[in-house]
Design a binder for this molecule. Structure first.
Ligand SMILES: *[C@@H]1O[C@H](CO)[C@@H](O)[C@H](O)[C@H]1NC(C)=O
Ligand SMILES: *[C@@H]1O[C@H](CO)[C@@H](O)[C@H](O)[C@H]1NC(C)=O
Length: 425
């Protein structure tokens, strides 16, 4: 009551009337905001969530998924995939933002239990490594352990799953295939997609070996790790590529052709890597020119080249951190990419290049010739070196992850970890 009389008094003065009305309106507005703040929150929240892809609704408009003749199998060629994918994206506009950078990592292993007693454990750790990398960079990851075509097993198994993944994921621009025996040894590096804007396929390899040398080597590139664009070219390419594999009657013919083409191919069967190289140089215009042969950084490094360098690399990075307060600062894992970018100028100042032995972590280390699941390895590798080097590489990568959780393996050959002290090192 007292307040009302006071207000009446104040408002009775004409010159103050305007201020008085503004004051009353402000009070009303404040009450309204207070009463409806929960609804406002909802509004803001809803606004925020609608910025990303809308996964809670599939519009009724027909897309390629509604075509009963569309097949996920490599036995049926895919036609007009670019238009089909575009049309799906038109119907699902919330997936448009960030489309060009969207990557799905695809990896996998055999359908059955490993013969090597440590095989399944190693495969689990190799998968954990890829899950860590994917989480750190916001990529999605697909693990497959079924042969989607019964005859496409071993190194041929990737083509059917990549093809099916393209159809299942029209929202991703790239599929990034990574063999089970390859692992990320630099958790901070990201593939420079901008560099590949005119290409459909990215693989680690050497153009002179493929196009210039008369004597062809089947190791002129490594098909264990590659990026392939989600487009019609890739569908056509996988169609031709897979037909050199075991599901067609042509398989035997290709074994002969490939074995006689590559001077160093000692096993007389058609394999995916020789087939890929063969297609690139026999039809360079159609296939070869769309393939970016990456050699500036290690999209995949042969493990024998990495062997014995990891402890020294750790020391080099630690030296840098000793002299850079900002790099020693503890932070949330979500901000790791930002700290990774912060490290870059220090690496450059130290002259760390992207080649092996220059001090930088190799991006991906590939244990070619070591088969964790069967336990077999190339006879030229001595004793346990495949498995000890794999253990070191796994712990080297794990250290880059565990650091954000407050722990580190001090010894790369030990599974035990130690707490990281504040302001380490
Ligand atoms: C997704 O789209 C549907 C239909 O347009 C809409 O009702 C729903 O609110 C959207 N969801 C989000 C989270 O934006
Ligand atoms: C060790 O790393 C440093 C860079 O930190 C490099 O200059 C040196 O060559 C490396 N030594 C060996 C033996 O790899």
């Amino acid at each position: 009551m007292a307040k009302v009389t006071l207000r009446k008094k104040a408002c009775s003065c004409f010159s103050d009337r305007f201020l008085c009305i503004v004051g009353a309106l402000t009070a009303l507005l404040l009450i309204w905001v207070f009463l409806y703040s929960s609804r406002l929150n909802l509004l803001f929240f809803g606004f925020k969530t609608s910025i990303g892809p809308n996964t809670s609704h599939d519009p009724p408009e027909k897309t390629f998924y509604d075509d009963p003749d569309l097949s996920y199998s490599i036995e049926e060629p895919m036609k007009n995939w670019d238009d089909k994918r575009k049309q799906w994206l038109r119907v699902h506009p919330s997936f448009a933002a960030g489309l060009q950078e969207r990557i799905l990592i695809v990896t996998g292993s055999q359908p059955s239990v490993c013969k090597n007693p440590a095989g399944d454990h190693l495969l689990l750790r190799l998968f954990k490594n890829k899950v860590d990398y994917a989480r750190l960079h916001g990529y999605e990851i697909l693990y497959n352990n079924a042969y989607l075509h019964p005859k496409m097993d071993s190194y041929w198994a990737k083509i059917p799953i990549i093809r099916a993944a393209m159809i299942a994921h029209p929202e991703v621009e790239w599929i990034w295939w990574i063999d089970s025996d390859a692992l990320f040894t630099d958790m901070e590096f990201k593939p420079p997609l901008e560099r590949y804007k005119n290409h459909k396929f990215v693989v680690h390899g050497w153009p002179n070996l493929i196009y210039e040398n008369k004597a062809k080597s089947w190791t002129s590139l490594n098909a264990g790790v590659f990026l392939i664009r989600n487009c019609q070219w890739s569908m056509d390419f996988m169609d031709v590529w897979s037909k050199m594999g075991p599901w067609t009657p042509e398989y035997e013919k290709w074994a002969k052709i490939l074995t006689s083409t590559f001077y160093d191919k000692t096993f007389p069967v058609s394999d995916d890597q020789s087939a890929l190289i063969y297609l690139m140089f026999t039809d360079r215009k159609k296939w070869g020119e769309k393939v970016y042969l990456e050699g500036e950084y290690y999209l995949e490094a042969y493990w024998k080249g990495v062997e014995g360098t990891l402890d020294n690399i750790t020391k080099g990075y630690m030296k840098i951190e000793e002299g850079a307060t900002s790099l020693r600062r503890r932070h949330a894992e979500k901000l790791s990419n930002w700290y990774g970018a912060l490290r870059e100028p220090y690496l450059k100042a130290k002259g760390f290049g992207f080649g092996l032995g220059t001090g930088r972590r190799p991006f991906i280390t590939h244990f070619t010739g070591c088969q964790p699941c069967s336990g077999n390895h190339n006879p030229s590798y001595k004793g346990n070196e495949c498995w000890t080097e794999m253990e070191k590489a796994l712990n080297f990568a794990d250290n880059q992850v565990l650091r954000n959780y407050g722990f580190l393996h001090k010894d790369l050959l030990s599974s035990s970890v130690h707490p990281v002290l504040f302001d380490y090192p």
